[in-house]
Ligand binder design. Structure first.
Ligand code: BES
Ligand code: ZN
Length: 639
């Protein structure tokens, strides 16, 4: 019998052999695992899985377990202590290379306390510096170190930046390559590690991490407490996360709950109390939730993202709270990452769509199950509009518009990795039928659980386990979807009826300025569709009328408020400036902050001075991720 996909079959064989070699390296003479408690995940060694954003050489020596013992110092804005790393290495490996960025390394020893020589190489911007340690036969390393006050993963908030106003707050953001600013390990998404941590913090702060808390905190009698955590499943190190502050907890179900500052907790709980239903929906779709607990923490508004899928502890912006759950697709999204991203992980960041696109599709399926197909279809239609708008803008042949990219170019907003990725899976689902598609996706999660993946591996898996013939693969345009720019013409478009009412209202408004009644009863997605699609050029009189009729500046939904501010500033509408200033002073979420500064800067002699005046005040309050984006934007337009 002919092998159907010769090239791909060979590729699979190579990848698996390489993985087996490394796993066998850690078995003892009698064949049992060296450490029966630690599950060692394979790595991928094919060329498409080589991560050029790490200094690690995992085929020579790699980290399998990280044990942190760290103190949080809010005054010095530093985390310090030691990390003990378990190493899996070739017998003749002389050294191990770790990632680091701004770390001060004080001492490295082996398990017996003998010093091991180490060197810190030259730093590259963003990537940091290689930390090379001579092994001298050691398979356990103890590194004494501390982070720098400017560590990009960490944001140290003053009491004024919290809702309570009394205590400081700390949170970390690891994705993509920021954790090397506070943890000396191999910071690559294809090198999975189990971990544990003991963290001390001043009273009365509570500490949470993306691992399961062990027992009650220990009072150290010196005004500090120690908290212990364990993550016994191998995770990519970008998923190690910490937060500390004056926070309390409320359960949303038997295995889920939410942490937030006391004054935020009730509002937060009411927004996310469908979480248990979401977990159940997700399990019905693609199999058991494998991480035990699913807790969330609602952070102060400086958090630079909407959400981050830190295992067992999703991090959330407070800006998604609208009072009506309209933005809690965010929770469905971060929850879905418990399969796509955290269970099966992009081996390299250029294949980020494997995390974000699959998750965006999965998110939509959860939303459909929990809130019905109308809401799901409206949200899908917004995603589709984002793809089209972006492709119209950058061009259908722009190389960055392929799902797989070589990692060199910045991803184009969220339209490609998230929305094109989502529509790829949707297109296959609609073509082969849900039953077949869902069975395939579930086996993808099961068969690659706790392992890295690449675009090529996904394509190979579809060819082996989803399609019935090479002809069907061609018909689905699998290769084109993954590797070519633009949008294949078999895309399963959203239902044109999804926004029928709103689209009619947009047309009427564009034609004669009629503002439709019923805005208040529209869904948030409908309101966003309207604001996205009305004519972009508006006079001050028109903007005032719109705001008056729709109460835009009073909306409790930050997504809607953002669209209003963007529209207003793009039209140099002075009355909106104070509110924009308040918004930008309070909120550090890059998705909102960057475009608003972008619009202001784009409005030249009117907007640039406003942008500069506001940014001078707000810059210090932003996370490094947000700050980096605005700094570039301001600099790019300076000439
Ligand atoms: N993993 C991402 C956040 C992220 C992406 C951090 C890239 C660093 C680099 C998270 O799951 C996410 O996608 N968040 C979105 C949520 C939205 C799509 C529902 C966000 O923050 O807006
Ligand atoms: Zn995501």
């Amino acid at each position: 019998m002919r092998i159907q996909f010769p090239e791909i079959s060979m590729f699979r064989a190579t990848a698996i052999a390489a993985a087996a070699l490394l796993v066998s390296a850690c078995t003892t003479m009698d064949g049992s695992m060296a450490n029966s408690q630690t599950m060692v995940s394979p790595i991928l060694t094919t060329p498409d899985a080589v991560d050029d954003r790490t200094y690690a050489q995992p085929q020579v020596a790699r980290v399998t377990h990280v044990a942190l013992d760290l103190d949080l110092d809010f005054d010095a804005k530093m985390i310090g202590g030691h990390a003990v790393l378990d190493i899996l290495a070739e017998d003749d490996a002389e050294e191990i290379m770790l990632d680091s960025n701004g770390l001060r390394i004080d001492r490295v020893t082996d398990a017996g306390g003998n010093q091991l020589p180490f060197t810190m190489g030259e730093a590259e911007p963003g990537k940091g510096a290689p930390l090379t340690i001579q092994l001298n036969g050691a398979r356990k390393l103890r590194i004494e170190y501390r982070s720098a006050p400017e560590a990009a993963a960490l944001q140290w908030l003053s009491p004024e930046q919290t809702a309570g106003g009394t205590y400081p707050f700390l949170f970390s953001q690891g994705q993509a390559i920021l954790n090397r600013t506070w943890i000396p390990t191999q910071d690559s998404p294809g090198i999975r590690q189990t971990w544990e941590a003991r963290i001390t913090a001043p009273k009365p702060l509570d500490v949470v991490m993306s691992g399961v808390r062990q027992g009650e905190p220990e009072d150290l009698g010196n005004g500090r407490r120690a908290f212990s955590f364990v993550m016994d499943k191998p995770v990519p190190p970008y998923l190690i996360a910490i937060a500390a502050g004056d926070i309390d907890f409320l359960a949303t179900g038997p295995r889920s709950g939410v942490w937030a500052e006391p004054s935020m907790l009730d509002r937060a709980w009411r927004e996310v109390n469908d979480t248990e239903a979401m977990i159940e929906a997700a399990e019905e779709l693609y199999g058991e939730y494998r991480w035990g607990r699913y807790d969330m923490i609602v952070l102060p508004p400086a958090f630079p993202y909407g959400g981050m899928e830190n295992p067992v502890m999703t991090f959330l912006t407070p800006t998604f709270i609208a009072g009506d759950k309209s933005n809690n697709g965010l929770v469905a999204h971060e929850l879905a990452h418990s399969w796509s991203g955290n269970l099966v992980t992009n081996a390299v960041w250029g294949d980020g769509w494997l995390n974000e696109g699959v998750t965006s599709y999965f998110e939509n399926r959860i939303v459909e199950k929990v809130y019905g197909s109308q809401r799901a279809e409206q949200e899908a239609a917004l995603a589709y509009a984002n793809i089209i708008e972006t492709l119209d803008d950058v061009g259908y042949d722009a190389p960055g518009t392929a799902l797989h990219n070589d990692g060199s170019g910045e991803l184009i907003g969220s339209a490609i990795a998230y929305d094109k990725g989502h529509f790829f899976l949707r297109t296959i689902e609609r073509s082969v039928g849900r039953e077949r598609f869902d069975a395939w996706l579930q086996q993808w999660f099961d068969n690659h659980a706790f392992q890295p993946a690449t675009s090529r591996l996904m394509l190979a898996d579809m060819q082996q386990n989803l399609v019935r013939s090479p002809a069907e693969a061609d018909q689905l345009k699998l290769r084109e979807w993954i590797f070519e720019p633009g949008l294949p013409n078999n895309v399963a478009k959203p239902d044109p009826q999804a926004f029928a009412t709103v689209d009619a209202a947009v047309a009427a408004y564009a034609a004669n300025g009629t503002i439709a009644a019923g805005w208040d009863s529209w869904t948030a997605a409908e309101q966003m569709r309207f604001l996205d699609n009305i004519p972009k050029q508006r006079s001050a009189v028109q903007l005032a009328a719109l705001n008056e009729a729709l109460g835009l500046s009073e909306t409790g939904n930050n997504e809607v408020l953002f669209l209003w501010l963007e529209l207003a500033l793009a039209n140099r509408y002075d009355p909106a400036v104070p509110q924009a200033e308040a918004f930008l002073s309070e909120i550090g979420r890059a998705k909102f902050v960057r475009p608003l500064f972008g619009v202001l800067v784009g409005e030249g002699e009117w907007g640039r001075p406003i942008a500069e005046r506001i940014y001078a005040k707000t810059r210090d309050g932003y996370h490094a991720v947000t700050r980096g984006g605005i700094d570039r934007l301001m600099a790019a337009d300076a000439n």
